[in-house]
Ligand binder design. Sequence first.
Ligand code: SAM
Length: 305
Amino acid sequence: MATPGTKHDDATLVRTTEALRGALAKPLAPGLHLVSTPIGNLGDITLRAIATLAAADVIYCEDTRHSRTLSTHFGFAAPLKPYHEHNGDVARPQVLAALAAGQRVALISDAGTPLISDPGYKLVRAAIAAGHLVTCVPGASAALAALTVSGLPTDCFLFAGFLPPKSAARVARLRELQMVPATLVFYEAPSRVAAAVADIAAALGNREVAVARELTKLHAAVVRGPAGIVAARLDAEAPPGEFVIVVAPAAAGVVTDAMIEARLETALTEATVRDAAQVVAEALGVARGRVYELALELKRRSREA
Ligand code: SAM
């Protein structure tokens, strides 16, 4: 019988238990296993993640205290050892030695998929170079979760990790990305999310964005709309939590003033205003007069600065 409010019945429970038993019964090969873990909701762990972590000889993680919650929740017996950006150079030879001894080594991060804005890249390179088996147990990742609920194009996207923390560097990075014909996905710290979205509005034009917060958790929410409006809303509400910012691709054929200015900044270091305007206008396929006016304005601003 299904519990009121749910749709499963005993058959689902039996089948799910059998599936987990089957996964647990499979032997785990020696090697490095990159295991994705939930990004907030422990129910998002996969059967293979449970089976792999249950069979591992050792589980390397970013923070042993943090991962103890997961380990205790599912009853994993393997010792937890730290592998993070500050101890990687010391820990890596130890992991490689364990692999050379034929151990089954799991690597997890605090949440989501290891290596995605998380440690592990150098370890994977070293394990491959040493000829060890490297496998993955895919699962949750905040970037893909946010992309899917964003309502923005999913056919082509660029995951660009964290933006620089300071506004000037952030704007410079955004300008590098402004011509990319893809949806952009960024991770962002709660203290900077409003400022980052405001910089997106300034540097990329008032594109549609979706800011996904606390995905899979109790207070999960997505704020969608033009970047300027979303930035003002985030600024006013200053909600805590973890955030992913998803930005619509540059509209095909639309060249914003910000795009022209970004090109001009480089061109003006090498050419006169007239020549720079000519080169940039041709490169972007826009009227030379418009570019010339913007170049004069840039020159005026740089003289005043
Ligand atoms: N490796 C992880 C993954 O695959 O999602 C990401 C690690 S990165 C250090 C942590 C960042 O991911 C957070 O600062 C936030 O931007 C994003 N993030 C993680 N969990 C999230 C969640 N539940 N909702 C929204 N963003 C999340």
